[in-house]
Design a binder for this molecule. Sequence first.
Ligand code: SF4
Length: 208
Amino acid sequence: MPDTSRQIAAAIGRLTLYWRAASWQTVAERGLNPAQAEILGHLARRGPARQVSLAAALGVSAASLSDSVASLLAKGLVARHPDPKDGRAVRVALTETGAALQAALPEAPAPLLSALDDLPETEAGAALRALSMLIRALQEARAIPVQRLCVTCTYFQPYRHDDAAAPHHCGFVDAAFGDAALRIDCADHEDTTEERRAAIAARLAAVG
Ligand code: SF4
């Protein structure tokens, strides 16, 4: 592994440690653990879900997910409802209390968001593009659950425009955008084919 890759891996490890410690404290103050907070966040972003889908999306075992959901049910933060598509199945959904608590949770530690806000836009865009590529590669390697990234989306058209500030195009909203607006979890995402995902990655890597 080249030294640069080791340094980046070490940096990601440091940031992960910091994020985990800061998040643990923040969610513990609200009577949650990080796994429970993740479930609330996922339900807020994507709506009600079956437990099997939740476990797959969050990359945890069915048993672990079941324990976390049981705890959230006991706290009145989620509830089970029949799945409208299948009366025999149930979905987990946020309660009003759960939605309010989730909305009050910070998306990330404030010092980290502040440091990111201070990055020049071109560097922030380059970082977001590099992270999108890393997440895509881990997804292709089946190391993490499927994510809703621009770089794996059927609507994403990389470098369609000559404008250096906004070279990409989103076919869903029919608008140009730059690296700094790449999405990591887009509600309008539609997964494209494996062949096209590879072509998009090659195109982004070629431009650098
Ligand atoms: S629909 Fe969302 S994920 Fe797809 S290209 Fe547009 S902004 Fe990106």
